[in-house]
Write a protein that binds this ligand. Structure first.
Ligand code: DCP
Ligand code: MG
Length: 599
């Protein structure tokens, strides 16, 4: 398997029975029934106008048979034709207008619902779904699915045309009528049998297109890695596989959905021959025979539409299945029913016997206990993978814990409304993420009540106003996607400003492991001092300067807290912290640096 494992089944993905899918489909369409009925009505009007044409032709042929045509009759017949075409045209325009309004609206609403649902999800969901795949569902699947939105109207129209045609031909000659419909049961049986194949092929196609999408997204995200390893060609060849896969899935889909047309044309021709043969054999008059020939064609056009109903529905349903998977995935992080708002912390935060895992086979915390007092500045240190980020992620309600409880002022954090709870925190993540907008937008993050002065004030606090001033456009400077136009240190300062602007009661800082230059380090340090004033702070620390200034340090190892105390106390212990210090932090001391320079 290559780098792009996107075609694999995701954990969140679900399967639905045909019945369930159809039920949900109808439910989704229910709020649009007015549009659907209107579209169906216009289709039916067209159907009636279409069905009336052969009858008019037959009437004309019959009249002309007698000899010299009557002028008044000819004019009336021509007017009849014109009228039928005008009715057809008006009904068609109205139908198109309705579809033009309704389908995009249907699509827009579904995309919005999906987007909202994504915002509700916690991080477990995003760990499991790749962004490329989600992207494909929101963009492609919704588009494919909404094309089924007019399928029902079209089908109603088709059924009406077929029934009217059948009525007329049975009325005129039931033997020829029987010949005409003889092929239908066989056709529908075949179609019914093929619906599973159609469903599978459409599903494969959806998966293939989503793989292309994902591969594209992942390859762009990872472009720097590919370049630094000189692996661009390798990536291209892996993409070629994914793309090839898409090509063959598409071919199969096209073959399955389009083989109806030639098949149906063949059947229509055979039926026509039979009608002509038996018609002549039965000495049926020319006018009726001409009418029959026309009706056979009128009859089979909607049958083609009906025959494509299942393959098209299957294609739409395959997309719908993936859309439903998202609609039906409940977030793990949930607050209790009668949750109360919280606006400050009075006493402390407590982890009590907390158990947590990302997946069952890999337990991160087992009976973790920790109390953080209000106003305390706590540093968490430990080797990579020891669980530092996980600890603060649990507190931020990114993930749900499986055992024990986390309490604030003796109340489980599940008892607070998620919205108010999250507002307690200001968080600076280990990987700073900035949106591709202006510096100002990234800092105020959609809050309308924030003025430029407020932003400059927080930029001052985090020592970032100088570099922002240096940009010609100041706060309005647009930073590229993920903040690529800024240095790592600058990005960090912006994310500090973003966190501080909220004036959070609890500040969580997951220091980036990447080192910044001594100048930025000093700036960050000074910024940090100001940021921590009057708050409870939890800092996953990678800088010596941070840890020596906090009230307490906890040392994590393999998901457990193994030591705690101040820097001096822990050094005296000569345990885990001391060895961590000697391995890692000691390199950051001035003494060590002077020594190594003088060597
Ligand atoms: N883990 C996981 N799924 C995630 C995140 C982490 O399975 N989405 C695993 C990897 C580690 C363990 O959980 O085995 C703890 O990971 P942390 O991210 O909590 O580790 P640290 O933050 O301590 O590591 P670092 O210093 O590298 O940031
Ligand atoms: Mg981490």
């Amino acid at each position: 398997m290559g780098l792009f494992r996107s075609s694999m089944r995701e954990k969140h993905e679900r399967s639905y029975s045909d019945r369930e899918l159809f039920r949900r489909y109808i439910k989704r369409l229910a709020s649009y029934r007015k549009n659907i009925m209107l579209i169906a009505l216009f289709i039916v009007i067209q159907a009636i106008a279409t069905v009336a044409l052969p009858a008019l032709i037959r009437y004309l042929t019959n009249e002309l048979d007698g000899g010299s045509p009557d002028l008044v009759f000819t004019i009336l017949a021509a007017a009849g034709f014109l009228l039928l075409y005008i009715i057809n045209w008006i009904a068609f325009s109205l139908q198109q207008m309705q579809s033009g309004k309704y389908v995009p609206f249907f699509l827009e609403e579904m995309r919005l619902d999906l987007f909202k649902k994504l915002q509700e999800q916690d991080m477990t969901f995003f760990d499991e779904y790749m962004s490329g795949k989600l992207n494909s569902i929101i963009v492609n699947d919704t588009l494919d699915f909404s094309s089924t939105a007019i399928l029902i109207s079209n089908t109603i129209g088709s059924i009406v045309i077929s029934i009217c045609t059948l009525g007329i031909i049975f009325y005129f000659n039931w033997i020829l009528a029987l010949i005409t419909v003889a092929a239908i049961p066989a056709l529908f049986l075949l179609m019914f049998l093929l619906r599973r194949l159609a469903k599978r092929v459409s599903k494969n196609y959806r998966e293939a297109i989503s793989s292309v999408n994902s591969a594209m997204v992942e390859a762009i995200e990872g472009i720097q890695v590919s370049k630094s390893f000189g692996q661009e060609l390798n990536i291209v060849s892996q993409f070629e596989d994914v793309n090839q896969n898409y090509f063959s899935a598409w071919m199969k889909l096209t073959a399955t959905t389009h083989f109806w047309r030639p098949l149906l044309n063949t059947i229509t021709s055979i039926i026509l021959c039979l009608v002509l043969y038996f018609g002549i054999d039965m000495n049926i008059s020319v006018d009726i025979l001409i009418m029959f020939v026309l009706y056979v064609q009128t009859f089979f056009r909607p049958v083609l539409q009906l025959a494509r109903f299942f393959p098209e529905l299957s294609a739409g349903m395959a997309a719908f299945e993936r859309i439903l998977s998202i609609f039906d995935s409940e977030p793990n992080v949930k607050q209790k029913r009668n949750a109360q708002p919280i606006d400050d912390i009075k006493e402390n935060i407590q982890f009590k016997n907390v158990n947590f895992w990302y997946d069952r086979d890999n337990v991160v915390f087992e009976k973790l206990n920790l109390t953080i007092r209000k106003g305390e500045k706590l540093a968490i240190v430990g080797h990579t993978g020891s669980g530092k980020t996980s600890l603060v992620s649990l507190l931020s309600r990114y993930y749900e814990y499986q055992g024990g409880d986390i309490l604030i002022d003796e109340q489980s954090i599940r008892n607070y409304t998620l919205d108010s709870y999250r507002k307690l925190y200001g968080k600076v993540e280990q990987d700073v993420y900035l949106f591709p907008g202006s510096i100002k937008e990234n800092i105020r993050f959609g809050r309308k009540d924030v003025t430029d002065e407020d932003i400059w004030r927080v930029l001052d606090i985090v020592q970032a106003s100088e570099f922002v001033h240096r940009f010609p456009n100041g706060l309005e400077t647009i930073i590229g996607s993920r903040g690529r136009d800024l240095s790592v240190g600058q990005r960090q300062l912006i994310s500090f400003a973003r966190a501080i602007l909220l004036n959070p009661k609890i500040l969580i800082l997951d220091e980036a492991t990447s080192s910044v230059d001594a100048f930025t380090e000093a700036m960050i340090q000074e910024a940090l001092g100001k940021m921590l004033e009057d708050r409870t702070a939890i800092i996953v620390a990678h800088r010596l300067s941070t840890i020596v200034n906090v009230d307490r340090i906890i040392v994590m190892d393999n998901g457990a807290i193994v030591e705690e105390g101040t820097h001096e106390e822990l050094l005296d212990l000569q345990g885990k912290y001391a060895s961590l210090y000697n391995q890692y932090f000691v390199h950051q001391t001035l003494d060590w640096q002077e020594q190594s320079y003088s060597k």
